[in-house]
Design a protein around this ligand. Structure first.
Ligand code: NDP
Length: 311
């Protein structure tokens, strides 16, 4: 074995709530987990502001602080947390191998994938500038901060439709900006959106610029793609709901993925198509996508890995 090759009983790839929870359980079960944190240590929570819906934090906590606490708890029981990225895996035979960008090759008896998903963004300069200051990728997480205010959401799929109706219960007015004149969302969701009085559809339009000042977002400039006409909407929150992309590029051809490239797991478990490889959190869940559900599946993955190794 070369000096850059090492063995691990349990390799955890990814460091959001799913990865850290898996690490806490795996470390306490004496699996001596090695974790590669990935491109965005702490995951999607590190780009949100306040987290108020994770049990145990009655006063709320910021996403980055919460992820630091998860990390501390995982390290307390002996998880080796490494700030690198796994770039390649081979699950074709056991033990599995993974190469990381620190030059190491890990030969692992079990692998827990917790690489999450990334929200797709429009790519506007102003969207980046006001991220966490009025621009959000999650209405369930951040909608509460805009109670009684006017907000906009962009997208025409089920997520945008669901989030628009959620926001409509909290906010005074919700502008739903969609680039076509027909929603992609299911008929039931379309019906809901179109029959909610405080949702105003802005059809055939694309957000052009998020307007704001040092206090955060103050408006959104949208342009009608058919007429070329621009309109400025006064609002305080702008939600982007144009889909998510699971972070599964390196797993293509290694484990079974569904038609949207999420990892397939056996219902009620975190077991992937390969024995000994488990997946937890958003990389295998496009439905709930909450920190607490990700943490729950992280716990399941570690328990299943422990049972697999003990078998
Ligand atoms: P989708 O891919 O279904 O929809 C994305 C939406 O964003 C589309 O309306 C698309 O427009 C629009 N869009 C994409 N890129 C841009 C862009 N650059 N600028 C402006 N608009 C853009 O993603 P969802 O997250 O909504 O849903 C993902 C999957 O999850 C779907 O299969 C959905 O059915 C499912 N889901 C199911 C739910 C449920 O059953 N309760 C809840 C949430 C999701 P266009 O339509 O023009 O392509």
């Amino acid at each position: 074995m070369s000096e850059n090759t090492e063995t691990a009983r349990c390799l955890i790839i990814g460091s959001g709530p799913a990865g850290y929870t898996a690490a806490i359980y795996a470390a306490r079960a004496d699996l001596k987990p090695v974790m590669y944190q990935g491109m965005q240590p702490g995951g999607q929570l590190t780009i949100t502001t306040e987290v108020e819906n994770f049990p145990g934090y009655p006063k709320g906590i910021t996403g980055p602080e919460m992820m630091e606490e998860f990390k501390e708890q995982a390290e307390r029981f002996g998880t080796q947390v490494r700030g690198g990225v796994v770039t390649e895996v081979d699950f074709s035979k056991r033990p599995f191998t993974a190469k990381a960008d620190d030059g190491r090759t890990i030969v692992a008896e079990s692998v827990i994938i917790a690489t999450g998903a990334s929200a797709k963004w429009l790519g506007l300069e102003s969207e980046k500038k006001f991220m966490g200051m009025g621009v959000s990728g999650c209405a369930t997480c951040d909608g509460f901060f805009y109670r009684g205010q006017d907000v906009a959401i962009v997208g025409g799929g089920d997520t945008a439709a669901e989030e628009a109706t959620y926001l409509a219960k909290l906010c005074r007015k919700v502008y739903m900006v969609h680039r076509r004149s027909e929603l992609r969302a299911s008929k039931a969701m379309q019906h809901k959106v179109l029959n909610t009085p405080n949702i105003e559809m802005i059809w055939d339009s694309a957000p052009e610029e998020v307007l704001g000042d040092e206090s955060g977002v103050t408006g959104l400039r949208v342009r009608n793609v058919k007429t070329g006409e621009a309109r400025d909407l006064a609002l305080m929150g702008f939600f982007v709901a144009i889909g998510h992309k699971p972070n599964t590029d390196i797993f293509t051809g290694q484990v079974e993925l569904d038609d949207q490239a999420y990892i397939k797991t056996k219902p009620g478990t975190t077991q992937t198509s390969i024995d000994g490889v488990f997946a937890c959190g958003d990389v295998q869940d496009h439905h709930y996508r909450q920190a607490v559900t990700a943490a729950g599946t992280g716990c399941m993955a570690a328990i299943e890995a422990e049972r697999f190794l003990g078998a």
